[in-house]
Structures are given as structure tokens and as C-alpha cells.
Design a protein around this ligand. Structure first.
Ligand SMILES: Nc1ncnc2c1ncn2[C@@H]1O[C@H](COP(=O)(O)OP(=O)(O)OP(=O)(O)O)[C@@H](O)[C@H]1O
Ligand SMILES: [Mg+2]
Length: 220
């Protein structure tokens, strides 16, 4: 059985009694453990809608998402969002008043896991994302690429199994974007992460192991 199975996923945004937008109209595919795949498609084809569902941010769908044999509908959303998936976005969504370390550790503020293993994990992550010498910097003192690395660190602090990335290079120049993709490739190998990357950029998509194409809310 595949690690992630997406079956006949449908999502309509109901705007009023007579108007609804069918953003997903039956998406089905599966992903193996440790695969690095991309999802492409034109603007409005449903990519972010799909990622929001996979990330446990939207539960108003029909169809099924099975992760590691379990339907996510049956899981605790908070647990799912912390320990199963980590999500990064085009906008880095860092907290401006917190420094690099504090932003990465943010999920821990709400966690029972405290103490030494936290610091060890932080050191490991800072090294992994290449920000050991920027740990006390505030977001406004970082370049775009560095800010995205902080967001990646924050997504990884709780050791998720799956990383979802929605246009993570969309706000970066192509060289910096490439370095972020290289980092994700590294993580995919070293941490055995399963990665689903949404991108407009065919050049980036081609670097991944497989491309899923969405057209009008369906994969083709
Ligand atoms: N919260 C919402 N309420 C109503 N309609 C929405 C909402 N979010 C998305 N949509 C609609 O659903 C469709 C799919 O949107 P989605 O954001 O998933 O596309 P996308 O593929 O991520 O596009 P882009 O490449 O521009 O980011 C679009 O027609 C959009 O207008
Ligand atoms: Mg989108």
C-alpha cells in the first residue's frame, strides 16, 4: 500500500445559495514513502486547495486521504498538523518580533516536549538549514532565502514525516530558489521525508521524481 493515498478528493467553496466554486473535482493519486513529487497546474487549478487539505488546514472535503494506512479524518487535527505534516508557504509567515531560533522553536511553545532534546534538535536543524551564524537575527535582518530556511526549520522541528511546500520559491530569485530546492532534496534523502511541492515553474518540477498535473481541479 502506498504511504499517502488520495482518493476522489472534491472540494467546493460555497459562496451563496446558488454559487459555488468547484476547486477540486475528483483528485486521486498516491505517493510512496520518501518520494519527492511536484504538483503543477495553472493558476486556479486547485493546487493550494489540495495542499491545504493534505496539510490538515481544511476538512471541508469529500473523498479520502489515507496516510500510512489511516484515514486522516479519524486523526486529531493538532497531532496531525504537528507530527505528521510540516507546511511551508510562499510567504514565509515568520513572527517579526522573534529571532531565528525563536521562530524555529515556535511549535515547541505549545508542546509538552521540553528540555535537552529540544536544544539538540534546534542545533541539528540550524546546521541543516545553514543558519547557525544567524540564530539571533530577526526576520527583517534576513535575506529572502534565509527567511525561507527559517520557515523550513520551523516546519521540521517536530520531525514530521511529510513536508508540503506551496510555491516555496515563488518570492525568491532563481538562484536562491534553486538553493531552497537543493535543501529540500537533501532533507528528502537524509531525513527520509516525503515531499509534495507545488510550483508554477516547470524547471523546478522537473527536478522532482514525479509530476502531478492539475487541470480544473482534476489530475490528468
Ligand atoms: N477560500 C476560498 N473561497 C472561495 N473560493 C476559493 C477559495 N480558495 C480558493 N478558491 C477558488 O478555488 C479555485 C482553486 O484555487 P486554488 O487557490 O486552490 O488554486 P491554485 O492552483 O493554488 O492557484 P495559484 O497558482 O494562483 O496559487 C480558484 O478558482 C479559487 O478562486
Ligand atoms: Mg496556490
Amino acid at each position: 500500500m502506498a504511504y499517502i493515498e488520495i482518493k476522489d478528493l472534491k472540494r467546493a467553496y460555497v459562496m451563496s445559495k446558488d454559487v459555488s466554486v468547484e476547486a477540486l473535482r475528483g483528485v486521486s493519486f498516491s505517493v510512496d514513502k520518501g518520494e519527492f513529487i511536484s504538483v503543477v497546474g495553472s493558476s486556479g487549478s486547485g493546487k493550494s486547495t489540495l495542499l491545504n487539505i493534505l496539510g490538515g488546514l481544511d476538512w471541508e472535503y469529500t473523498g479520502d486521504v489515507i496516510v500510512d494506512g489511516e484515514n486522516i479524518k479519524g486523526s486529531d487535527p493538532n497531532f496531525y498538523r504537528r507530527y505528521i505534516v510540516g507546511t511551508i508557504f510562499q510567504q514565509f509567515h515568520l513572527i517579526p518580533s522573534l529571532n531565528v531560533e525563536e521562530n524555529i522553536l515556535l511549535p515547541y511553545k505549545f508542546s509538552k516536549r521540553k528540555g535537552e532534546d529540544v536544544n539538540q534538535r534546534l542545533e541539528y536543524i540550524l546546521k541543516m538549514v545553514g543558519l547557525e551564524d544567524r540564530r539571533k537575527h530577526l526576520p527583517k535582518e534576513l535575506s529572502g532565502g534565509q527567511a525561507q530556511r527559517v520557515a523550513i526549520g520551523r516546519a521540521l522541528i517536530d520531525s514530521p514525516k511529510i513536508v508540503l511546500a506551496d510555491e516555496p520559491t515563488g518570492n525568491l530569485d532563481s538562484k536562491t530558489g534553486d538553493s531552497i530546492i537543493s535543501l529540500l532534496e537533501d532533507l528528502n534523502k537524509k531525513e527520509e521525508l516525503t515531499i509534495i511541492l507545488v510550483t508554477h515553474d516547470q524547471k523546478i518540477a522537473k527536478k522532482t521524481e514525479r509530476i502531478i498535473t492539475l487541470v480544473d481541479g482534476k489530475n490528468v
